[in-house]
Structure formats: C-alpha cells, structure tokens
Design a protein around this ligand. Structure first.
Ligand SMILES: O=C(O)c1ccc[n+]([C@@H]2O[C@H](COP(=O)([O-])O)[C@@H](O)[C@H]2O)c1
Ligand SMILES: Cc1cc2nc[nH]c2cc1C
Length: 381
C-alpha cells in the first residue's frame, strides 16, 4: 500500500452532514443475533467449552461488530502511524528533543523502526501520517501529508487546539481509515509518534475518566522522578486552566458528536490523538475492526467513545502498556488487553503483536470442525 497520498484536511460536508457527523451516524453497536450465533458456534466446536479463553470472546466480539458469524478474517492489516508535535514539550515533560518526532518519521519511512519489523512479521502495511509534525516533511512513498498545524499549543497554558483543528485532524484520521479500507485492509491498527504525547494522553484520561493526574501520569519514554513530579503538575495545571477538573462530557442524546467531547479533545489532546480518534471512528463506521495500541491510542479511544459510544464494540485492545493511564483508559472503555509485555514504545508495536492472535481467534470460527461434523462425542449436557 505504498505511494504518496496528499489528503485534504478541510472539514468536509456531504448532504448537510459533516464527514465527522456522517461517520458517527454510521457506527452500529454489536449485532445481538451475530453475538448469540457466534457464542453458540464456539460451544459446538471440537474443544471443551471455553477452552480458548479470551480468544473465544475476541472472535465473538468481531462477529458482533461485523454483524455476521463467522466474522471476516481480519487480514490484511494496515498500520497507520499518526505523527505530531506538542507545545507542552516546552514544560520539560520528556527527556527527548522534539526533533526526534520528525527523525522517527524518516526511520518509519526507511523501514528501520521496531514497528516496521513487527509489521513485516504479521504482514501489515505501514502508512505514516503527518497530522501535525512541527517540521515540514517532503512528500515520500508511504507518507500521507494531512498537516493541520505545526504542532499544538501548550495545553498547560490554554487549549492545545481550536475545535476546528481537532475536527480537521479527526477527519484526516477518518480519511486515512477509508483510504486503507478502499485499498483492501480488513483490519486497522493504530500507531502514534509524538515526543511529549504521553503528557497529553494523561490529561485526556483524567478529563474523560475523572481520575487524578497522579494515578494516570507515567514515565513515558523514561523520565526521572523530578520530571515525573513536574509532569503530574503540568497535567493538573492543564485540567485547571482548561476547566476540565470536574470531568468531561460524553455523547449527548442527539446522537451527534458531543460539543463537550470535542472541546475536551481540543483542549488537552494532540493532533495525533484527534486523528487516531477519527481513524478508530472511520474503521468502525466501515465495519472493519480496529486494534488499539498503547496509552496514546487508549486515550484517543476515550475521545472517540465520547463522540460515539458504540465505537468500542469495534475495537480490540492489542496490549496493555506500562504507562499507568493505559489500564485506567481500558477499564473505562471495558476493554481487556490481549498482550501484556511491559511494552512502552508506541508506533503501533503492541497492536501489531496482537494481530496474529486476533486472526487465530477468527480462523477458529472458519476452520475448526464441530462435534457433529467431525463425529466427536460431546460430553453429556
Ligand atoms: O504506547 C505507549 O503506551 C507509549 C508509552 C510511552 C511512550 N510512548 C512513545 O514515546 C513518545 C512519547 O513519550 P514522552 O515521554 O515523550 O511523552 C511517543 O512517541 C510515544 O509513541 C508510547
Ligand atoms: C527513539 C524513540 C522511538 C519512538 N517510537 C515511538 N516513540 C518513540 C520515542 C523515541 C524517543
């Protein structure tokens, strides 16, 4: 799926609804009939009932999301790495210089990052999306340029983005999901790159779950005790300055994107968080499952769920990262991570590792014999 794409980040409309509104409106909850059929099917397969543990629930979940049993095999997979920079970098919340964001974009495009190795292992394509890198990037194969801004403003001093910028980034993410599915992807995997983005992730998790900054702020790329203390204070200040300390709004009764959720995302999110939220919504609207990576994806999924609660039915939590806010975000979403390896890299690495597990879970539903078809005696009811 190489080749360079230039996507228009303008806030588009069609038939009176914005692309974001259309996308939210197209997302369906899990289909109860397909869920029931998939559960009954699991119980007829030649294995003791429940013997595949969590993998049985994954397959059932994908059947519900696809509204058909068995669900389509979630392959080929496409990883999209959304890259952006953060004004809050100026507060000294990370030991890494900001230019590492653009340098790592170069590394992804050259095929030299861990995400490239893991993608090759599971046969996933890699697309890098510049949604807000501070530096200007030259067009290159595998790079989508959807730059909404040259990084966000400092979220500890005021809103990181305007609502219009957040919507433009959401719609850039939706466009990437649509493009990858058009080109044949049957599973989307989230990836991110953005020095300082674990600070924005912590602020989003506080705002959407009501947890305290100390409980959800972690060491990111590996900050020392002094920097961690400063980072927690920066998150607290961001919530106070942006008047989010009382928790944020979710979806409202209209079924349209909640203005509170958009304001929260704009206030303390990053451009990659907004684009990731759009990517997740875009995949769900097309009925294609989305495997979430780490804390950045988890916090973006909170925003997506506040905009469209049913989006969660289309998500699989690839892994649980070492960042403490990730478990809080996954609990709030009701998602159970498949892999727990103390990863804290981002780029989509945890999502990519989970992809073969999700494929295996679904393949069982297509290929394993039933007690009847194989002539195996079931235990007595
Ligand atoms: O995926 C995670 O859970 C994760 C946890 C810690 C760090 N990261 C990555 O590290 C970068 C942000 O870390 P930091 O310390 O600069 O905020 C960003 O590029 C993320 O992809 C990612
Ligand atoms: C080297 C490096 C690689 C990364 N990949 C994702 N986030 C990252 C942060 C750093 C610092």
């Amino acid at each position: 799926m190489g080749g360079m794409t230039l996507l228009n980040p303008f806030h588009g409309t069609l038939g009176g609804m914005t692309i974001l509104e259309q996308t939210v409106a197209a997302i369906r909850p899990a289909d109860p009939a397909a869920l029931a059929e998939a559960r009954a099917h699991q119980d007829r397969l030649t294995k003791p009932r429940g013997a595949l543990g969590v993998l049985e629930e994954v397959a059932v979940r994908l059947a519900g999301a696809a509204a058909v049993n068995p669900p389509p095999l979630p392959a080929p997979a496409a990883l999209a790495i959304f890259a952006a920079d953060h004004g809050v970098h100026a507060q000294g919340v990370t030991p890494w210089p900001q230019e590492v964001t653009v340098q790592m974009v170069g590394n992804f495009l050259a095929g030299g990052a861990v995400a490239n190795a893991f993608a090759a292992q599971t046969g996933a394509s890699v697309t890098v999306v510049d949604v807000g890198v501070a530096a200007d990037l030259a067009p290159a194969p595998g790079l989508t340029i959807s730059k909404v801004a040259h990084g966000t403003a400092d979220l500890s001093l005021g809103p990181a983005m305007t609502v219009a910028q957040a919507v433009a980034a959401l719609e850039a993410g939706i466009a990437v999901a649509r493009d990858l599915v058009d080109r044949g992807a049957r599973c989307l995997i989230t990836g991110d790159m953005g020095i300082a983005n674990t600070t924005a992730s912590a602020a989003l998790i506080c705002a959407f779950t009501g947890h305290d900054a100390e409980a959800v702020t972690g060491r990111g790329t590996g900050v020392d005790d002094e920097t961690l203390a400063r980072k927690i204070e920066v998150v607290r200040r961001a919530l106070r300055v942006n008047r989010l300390d009382a928790g944020a709004g979710g979806a409202d009764a209209s079924g349209l994107p909640s203005p509170d959720a958009l304001k929260t995302l704009a206030a303390v999110g990053g451009l990659e968080h907004a684009a990731l939220a759009g990517f997740v919504l875009g995949g769900a609207a097309l009925g294609v499952p989305v495997i979430l990576d780490g804390v950045i994806a988890g916090s973006a999924a909170l925003a997506a769920a506040a905009l469209a609660p049913d989006v969660v039915d289309h998500c699989v939590a690839g892994h649980r990262s070492a960042e403490p806010g990730h478990a809080v975000a996954l609990d709030h979403l009701g998602l159970r991570p498949l892999v727990e390896l103390e990863l804290r890299l981002g780029e989509g690495t945890g999502g990519l590792l989970a992809h073969p597990l999700v494929c295996a879970a679904v393949r069982v539903m297509h290929e394993v014999a039933t007690f009847d078809s194989a002539g195996v005696t079931d235990k007595e009811a």
